[in-house]
Ligand binder design. Structure first.
Ligand code: AMP
Length: 282
């Protein structure tokens, strides 16, 4: 059964009021649409955990660095709604920019520390945009549980920190990255890759796995990192924003997996920025 599409906060509050009154658990899955199996795995996790599930679709202008990137972001609402119908979600919340940021909107949520590295540096203002909209979505949906992908691991940690620091009574669940058969992490941005770039893209997770294995075997990180970067450039990647090993919890930089660690990468391929991260076995 297709879920109602709610476009404003008043309708969302009206829909959730009886659920809240009945004390039901409410799961929220925040997305920017162009849904793929990665998003749908979060929806499945929410359905398993919660009595009610709300999927939000909002291409949040505040988390984009450039107007071109925002304009080119894929928007596929009709097929998104059809995909969600199979999961029996209770509501799809699709506010527009004016609903989310009405005239005079003046508040920004900023998480320091976790945002001083990686995408916090390479995408100035990005995590302020994310933290602000996610704080609003938590308040708007009054969800008891929220579901985020490890695909955006830094974002997951930022959201966890924000919810904890602001005493928002919500459990943030991190869900594993879903990949294409060739290893490429599913992403709405993959739709922007040319056919040729799409064949090159899996070199990123491939090289990350080789690097993770090398480090797990005790090999020197810097040397293995240099080889991986050179291989990516030879394959056609035009810029590597970062390829780093960091601690899971506080994202501090590591040169050996002395604590639970992950490899993080962001790399440009034919004008599209791909990000990925994988666990390093200690
Ligand atoms: P987005 O629409 O890109 O903002 O993503 C919405 C949510 O889906 C975020 O929590 C992402 O981390 C998650 N997500 C995106 N791609 C994947 C994936 N391949 N596997 C698991 N979760 C994902």
């Amino acid at each position: 059964m297709s879920a109602p599409i709610l476009r404003n906060l008043a309708d969302l509050r009206a829909a959730t009021r009886p659920w809240r009154r009945a004390g039901e658990t409410i799961g929220v899955v925040p997305t920017m649409g162009a849904l793929h199996d990665g998003h749908l795995s979060l929806v499945a996790a929410a359905k398993k955990t919660c009595e009610r599930v709300i999927v939000t679709i909002f291409v949040n202008p505040r988390q984009f660095g450039s107007p071109e990137d925002l304009a080119s972001y894929p928007r596929t609402e009709t097929s998104d709604a059809a995909k969600l119908a199979r999961f029996g979600v209770d509501a799809i919340y699709v506010p527009d920019g004016a609903e989310m940021y009405p005239e005079g909107f003046s508040t920004t949520v900023s998480v320091v520390g976790l945002t001083d590295v990686m995408d916090g540096i390479h995408r100035p203002g990005h995590f302020e945009g994310v933290a602000t909209v996610v704080a609003k979505l938590f308040a708007q949906t009054s969800a008891t549980d929220a579901f985020f992908g490890e695909k955006d691991f830094q974002q997951l940690q930022v959201v966890r920190r924000m919810a904890r620091d602001l005493d928002i009574p919500i459990t943030v669940h991190g869900c594993p990255t879903i990949r294409e058969i060739d290893g490429l992490a599913m992403s709405s941005r993959n739709l922007l890759l040319s056919d040729r770039a799409r064949t090159i893209a899996p070199v990123l997770p491939e090289q990350m796995q080789i690097l993770a294995d090398a480090v797990a075997e005790g090999r020197d990180f810097a040397a293995a990192q240099t080889v991986a970067i050179r291989t990516l450039e030879q394959a056609g990647f035009t810029g590597i924003d970062y390829l780093e090993m960091r601690a899971n919890g506080d994202l501090s930089l590591l040169t050996a997996p002395t604590r639970p660690a992950r490899l993080f990468a962001a790399a440009w391929l034919a004008g599209v920025r791909l990000i990925d991260n994988i666990a390093v076995e200690g």
